[in-house]
Write a protein that binds this ligand. Structure first.
Ligand code: MGD
Ligand code: MGD
Ligand code: SF4
Ligand code: MO
Length: 854
């Protein structure tokens, strides 16, 4: 609109009644507005202009794993605005931009509004399911019949519960119900999320989890792939603090792609995909040769003379460690040969750069932070990259130090509902003894979560085992909050597997790619606006617990995934004669204050949250943090904050085998030995079967493993670099128009397009220009999108955001629902490979591709 027009309209509207001005006084007293505002106001019906008549209701965003505490402004039962919850001790009033997308999610016109049933018995990508609406009663009837039939046929283990995103009340639907039915197959999405990330922290310092970074006091940040102002964990907090941190912190971002955080760093190192450990290990080598390690944490030579010399062994007795274990063994076994020159040969990074980084880190120690992201570690040999990167945190004394990093403080949140074993009948007891369908714990899948063979999950392999009926077929699936054929590598495998499953129910807000293969669709209440749930988050030294509660009038005939649906299903199964889950629910999950079971499913949803959070408000939690007066106090505030993390609190008592920070991981040695013994093989054989290169003791220390690649380099000369979009809320914002409209918030990307970004050097060689339609192919699949030339990608690689390429989900997500995808999905290119020690899927490093114009 031109300025002239604005003024004209303003004049015209000014002459209109004063009604608009009166209505606008709700904004606070008699304000005078510009003519243009008043003119707009005059066009709006009076009820819509009311302000200050709504209320802020606390909830939690689950757009990403930051799980920020939020408030929703609700008027007349409608959500109007979302903001951060000022009661949060983690992020305060800060937020990432994605919070606003949640309004488009909940009010998505394509939401699933009622249960539906498939009428086309044939299943496949090309088969329209021909869903028709049915009642909740009918839907649950069908599901209950299928489960009971399995139990009667002595096949209860052929039931599987697949879990995508979840909240802290998931235990009932995920584990307890699955066990009560008689199946070992509760399958989490964790292994397509970030399990390899946890290997370094767990096997070096005993923390199976993530860390928070004391960024306010940091002096040096070295990030391997992490882009904390766009993705990673606690985006809101780091977005708030990153700018200030740059004033006192030197930041080096190692990423093949120029990320948002790299754009704000002092240095960007565009590493070749899969070569991060080379840099990490060479920095460690320099730190030892130059005597830069943090002595108060690590210790020193007995005689005070540094004996670390490249290529030379050191005698174990000559070094006395303080809070660490195995430094000399690490040096002798691996580190002594990882010179900057060696690293330079592999990575092309100037040895001087490596030495300079090591010196800077030494000078900044212990206020040093080494971050790792999925990109560096969710790779075929990613466990060892995770170990190599995290070992630097030990070497520079960053662990539990001011300006360093530490886990979340201990909090008294309950993790589970009461034990279910007393309610398990013979069928259930027999059923759960079957091997898990994901093959975790098999020789080729150690999945060593918390040191236990098979302790973790191998999510993506479930598609293979269902398809091959290995060790048995899966006949009934209940899945929620997941979209595995879109989110897993080589998702097409899931299409094939799901086509073989007799009966599947999907609990979802939208008819997604996964729903396409379902027999029954169960419409989910939206997690942020319509659900009772509990989440936690760490950052700023605080571990917060925040609530999700219904804030708006439920839009459609939906139910809450983790509470109402299991309640209704249990009741239905009880009516049909199988009452164990129903008895368990009513006898065990009772209200913490009244001791009474819930009256109905709506009541039950709240009881479940009250139960899990009761130590925070029903008991005195002041030993751990805030003291809440009551449940109402908690619901109103929406957040409980822990006290500040106690620095150095784990020193001397790490939860490792030696209670030290283990450069030589006794903890990993024990876990690998346990796995090898179980299969009556040597650890070397385990390493071989699992596609790692280390033999002997090398397997227990951070060391270099060559990146594993899929495909012939001559045929597939480029490497794909997958990334998250700043606007993706995992898979859940797929149908938000703003995701596409504002796509250019991702460095190098283009609004309303799906682009693959090429370095101009490669663009020239390939004859590509901006906007060309291209096909990218890997050995396992292909996709089409547009080309974009951009200096922010390492030559030889293509960077492309994950998240487009939907062919279902809704009108904005796909070009034609059920038929034509909008853009291309990276997972069509990513071969199904694993970091087998963790069970994690590989999404990075191994993806060789080629490009052609179409
Ligand atoms: N915007 C946004 N944020 C999110 C989410 C989201 O959907 N959207 N999801 C949340 C979830 S579920 C998780 S698990 C976390 C994960 O957060 P992170 O663990 O930080 O992982 P990603 O962002 O997936 O990591 C991919 C990064 O690795 C880089 N990369 C790719 N290959 C390599 C490599 O070989 N070496 C190095 N050094 N870098 C490489 C990519 O360029 C990209 O920056 O993010 C959470 N935050
Ligand atoms: N190439 C590539 N692949 C990736 C990633 C990547 O960075 N790159 N990231 C990976 C990571 S870190 C993760 S965690 C996984 C996530 O992958 P999944 O666990 O499969 O989760 P989403 O893809 O987020 O799918 C969530 C689905 O739940 C449904 N849904 C949406 N909102 C709600 C709700 O409120 N309630 C319920 N009950 N259902 C809802 C919709 O059907 C939606 O498709 O993806 C992984 N896949
Ligand atoms: S999308 Fe993630 S960072 Fe953004 S508000 Fe939600 S939980 Fe927080
Ligand atoms: Mo994730």
């Amino acid at each position: 609109m031109s300025e002239k027009n604005q003024i004209n309209i303003g004049r015209r509207q000014l002459l209109k009644s004063t009604a608009a001005t009166t209505a606008l006084t709700g904004l606070g007293g008699t304000l005078s507005f510009t003519p243009i505002v008043e003119s707009i106001a005059a066009e709006i019906p009076a009820p819509l202009l009311r302000t200050g008549t709504g209320e802020w209701i606390a909830t939690t965003c689950q757009g990403c794993t930051s799980w920020c505490a939020k408030q929703i402004y609700v008027m007349d039962g409608r959500a109007i605005k979302v903001r951060a919850n000022p009661n949060s001790g983690v992020h305060g009033m800060s937020s990432c931009p994605r919070q606003h997308l949640s309004l488009q999610q909940v009010y998505d016109p394509d939401r699933l509004r009622t249960p539906m049933m498939r009428t086309n018995p044939k299943k496949g990508r090309d088969q329209d399911p021909k869903f028709v609406p049915i009642s909740w009663d009918k839907a649950l009837d069908m599901l209950a019949d299928k489960i009971i039939a399995l139990r009667e046929a002595d096949e209860s283990h052929k039931y599987a519960l697949l879990r995508g995103r979840y909240s802290h009340i998931n235990d009932l639907l995920y584990k307890k119900m699955t066990h009560l039915i008689g199946s070992p197959n509760n399958i989490s999405h964790s292994a397509v999320c970030a399990e390899a990330h946890k290997m370094g922290p767990y096997y070096l310092d005993g923390n199976w989890g993530y860390n928070q970074y004391d960024i306010k006091n940091a002096k040096f940040i070295l990030s391997f792939g992490a882009d904390p102002i766009a993705s990673n964990r606690q985006v809101s907090y780091y977005s708030q603090t990153w700018g200030d941190a740059l004033d006192h912190t030197k930041v080096v971002v190692v990423d093949p792609r120029f990320s948002a955080s790299a754009a704000k760093a002092h240095k960007w190192i565009p590493i070749e995909p899969g070569q991060d450990s080379v840099l990490a290990l060479a920095i460690a080598h320099v730190a030892l040769v130059e005597g830069l390690w943090h002595k108060p944490f690590v210790g020193d030579f007995v005689d005070g003379n540094n004996q670390f010399k490249a290529g030379q062994n050191v005698k174990d007795e000559s070094f006395k460690e303080t809070h660490t274990y195995g430094l000399v063994a690490w040096w002798n076994e691996a580190l002594k040969d990882y010179t900057p020159e060696w690293a330079s040969k592999i990575t092309g990074i100037d040895p001087k750069t490596i030495i300079a980084i090591a010196k800077d880190m030494g000078a900044a120690a212990p206020a040093v932070q080494v971050w790792t992201a999925r990109g560096a570690v969710m790779q075929v040999r990613g466990t060892y990259t995770s170990l190599a990167c995290h070992a630097l945190n030990g070497l520079f004394g960053a662990i539990d130090s001011k300006g360093g990093l530490f886990p979340g403080n201990k909090i008294p949140l309950l993790e589970e509902y009461p034990d279910e074993h007393a309610y398990m009948d013979d069928i259930a007891n027999k059923g759960v003894k079957n091997a898990k369908i994901d093959h975790s714990g098999r020789l080729e899948f150690p999945a060593l979560k918390k040191g236990k063979s098979g302790g973790g999950v191998v999510t993506a392999n479930v598609a293979n085992s269902i398809f091959n009926a290995d060790p048995y077929d899966i006949k009934v699936i209940l899945a929620y909050f997941n979209n595995f054929n879109f989110s897993n590598p080589e998702g097409q495998r899931w299409d094939a597997a799901l086509s073989k499953v007799d009966f599947m129910a999907h609990i979802t807000t939208n008819i997604s790619e996964f729903s396409w293969f379902a027999d029954v669709l169960l419409p989910a209440s939206h997690h942020m606006f319509e659900k009772w749930g509990v989440l936690d988050s760490i950052g700023n030294g605080v571990h917060q617990v925040s609530i999700q509660q219904p804030s708006i009038k439920r839009l459609w005939d939906t139910r809450i995934d983790e509470s109402e649906i299991p309640y209704m299903l249990a009741k239905k199964m009880a009516e049909k004669g199988f009452d164990a889950p129903w008895r368990y629910i009513n006898e065990q999950i009772v209200d913490p204050e009244t001791g009474k079971p819930a009256d109905n499913e709506v009541d039950f949803a709240k009881v479940m949250v009250r139960y899990i959070t009761s130590p925070l408000w029903h008991e005195d939690a002041s030993k751990y943090g805030d003291k809440l007066a009551s449940w109402d106090d908690f619901v109103e505030k929406g957040v409980w904050n822990s006290s500040d993390y106690k620095l150095e609190s784990r020193w001397g008592k790490f939860k490792t085998e030696t209670q030290k920070f283990e450069f030589y991981s006794k903890t990993l040695e024990k876990a690998l030995q346990g796995h090898a013994d179980k299969h009556k093989v040597s650890i070397d054989e385990v390493m071989e079967v699992c596609e790692y290169q280390a033999r002997g003791q090398l397997a227990f220390v951070p060391h270099y493993e060559q990146p594993y690649r899929v495909g012939d380099e001559a045929q597939f000369p480029l490497l794909l670099v997958d990334q998250k979009s700043r606007l993706n809320k995992e898979g859940r914002s797929a149908n938000s128009p703003w995701v596409y409209e504002f796509k250019d918030v991702d460095p190098g990307d283009v609004a309303n397009q799906d682009v693959a970004k090429f370095n101009p050097i490669d663009g020239k060689a390939l004859g590509l220009k901006d906007g060309d339609d291209i096909r990218i192919s890997s050995p396992v699949g292909s996709l089409t999108c547009k080309a974009k030339l951009w200096e922010g990608v390492r030559p030889g690689t293509i960077a492309k955001c994950f998240g487009q390429g939907h062919w279902a989900y809704g009108r904005y997500a796909s070009t034609e629902f059920g038929v034509t995808a909008r853009g291309g999905s990276n997972n069509d290119l990513i071969a199904d490979k694993y970091d087998r020690l963790s069970g994690a899927s590989a999404f990075y490093g191994h993806i060789r591709v080629r490009v052609e114009k179409v």
